[in-house]
Ligand binder design. Structure first.
Ligand code: FES
Ligand SMILES: [Fe+2]
Length: 387
């Protein structure tokens, strides 16, 4: 099955039998989380918004990521740029919310910046020397199929190199994605919710479907979980999850002519997921933000076609929304919160990967891929916290 979806970048499954999962201390320790926030998340690509939020000259969008404040702004030259949202004069925040501006004027002492970040005027100081000395500190900005990402790491590889082949896979799964619009009413994926678990517990849960038969009876009725496949790539994974191709399911109804009948899900290191869920046409991206070692906020933006695909689509959309919000998300939240308690039990040192390359429906090699990448970072940034 995997070969069908493989491309040049696929990482072959490794049979060396490594089975010890990441030690529990990585899920509970305050210093581990501080390093994740200040080093790992600060230096990797983080999802911010959809390109339609910043598509006009002068449109800006202020946001915070893991305690740091930034904004995006589209310049007079049409380039989308990102900056730290802090004035070099005294540290006041430069812009709030979103809107449109022809230049950035600091609300404190009115230092004025062009949309490319250069200082245009500062009362009381010689402009030429000030312009050279002070400008807004930039961040990196990149997009994948309309999703805007930033990184404070100015040396990070562009997304096309960071996750090679991922955009092509998404386009193959959803050829009309570039024309999709943000689903501003969608409750299921268009919202932020909290989970009392470590962000990695939530992603571990996302990256395996070993639990699906036991823990998601409705989902299990809709999906052919035994036919699921997980493929590994540099900095990302891809899951192909076919439905049973039946119209009536215990989860929500599917229209076999108009709906998505194969779930396709991606995870990008470290804390980003993308997917196309079965049901009415859709595509979403999520970012998992650690607030505390045992508390995570999941922020999601979902897209859909400009017009419904058929007269029944809005009602099917509503039924899926009710189900994802009240059933499957709640099931996963309860699992993750329960596991987080387990992470602080003295009897639990680390978990165990079930890796069954001949049976992807129960295999956890995608989760192991996440941990392999995480360990590479942790060994450098943290040293041996636990073995
Ligand atoms: S803090 Fe911005 S102009 Fe003084
Ligand atoms: Fe789940």
């Amino acid at each position: 099955m995997v070969a069908e979806h493989a491309n040049l970048h696929e990482i072959p499954y490794d049979h060396d039998g490594r089975s010890d999962a990441l030690a529990a201390v990585y899920y509970t320790d305050q210093n581990v989380m501080k390093a994740e926030v200040h080093d790992l998340l600060y230096n990797t690509w983080q999802f911010v918004c959809h390109i339609s939020d910043v598509d006009q000259e002068g449109t800006y969008f202020a946001f915070s990521l893991h305690g740091q404040e930034y904004f995006l702004v589209r310049g007079h030259d049409g380039t989308l740029r990102g900056f730290h949202n802090v004035c070099p004069h005294r540290g006041h925040r430069l812009v709030d919310g979103s809107g449109q501006k022809s230049r950035i004027v600091c609300p404190y002492h009115a230092w004025t910046f062009d949309l490319d970040g250069s200082l245009r005027g500062a009362r009381g100081i010689d402009r030429r020397s000030a312009v050279q000395k002070h400008k807004l500190l930039p961040i990196r900005v990149d997009t994948v199929l309309g999703f805007v990402f930033v990184s404070a790491n100015l040396d990070i590889a562009p997304l096309a190199e960071y996750a090679p082949g991922m955009a092509a896979q998404m386009l193959r799964a959803c050829p009309d994605l570039p024309n999709y619009v943000v689903n501003r009413d969608g409750a299921e994926f268009g919202h932020t919710y909290m989970c009392a678990a470590n962000w990695k517990v939530m992603l571990d849960n996302y990256l395996e479907c070993y639990h699906c038969q036991m823990a998601h009876p409705d989902f299990n009725d809709m999906m052919a979980i035994g036919d699921s496949t997980f493929a590994l790539f540099p900095n990302y994974t891809y899951q192909h999850a076919p439905t049973k191709m039946k119209a009536e399911t215990a989860a929500f109804p599917l229209d076999l002519e108009h709906d998505v009948l194969v779930g396709e899900f991606w995870w990008m290191f470290p804390n980003i997921t993308f997917g196309q869920f079965p049901g009415t046409q859709n595509f979403y991206v999520s970012r998992f933000d650690p607030l505390e070692p045992g508390l995570t906020s999941r922020y999601t933006v979902s897209l859909h076609p400009k017009e419904p695909t058929d007269p029944g689509a809005p009602e099917r959309d509503r039924l899926r929304s009710v189900w994802t919000t009240t059933v499957v998300s709640q099931e996963d939240k309860a699992l993750c919160e329960n596991v987080q308690r387990g992470m602080s039990q003295r009897a639990f040192q680390n978990g165990w990967y079930v890796t069954a390359p001949e049976d992807h429906g129960v295999s956890e090699h995608a989760m192991r891929h996440f941990h392999d990448l995480y360990r590479t970072w942790a060994d450098r940034a943290l040293g041996p916290v636990a073995r």
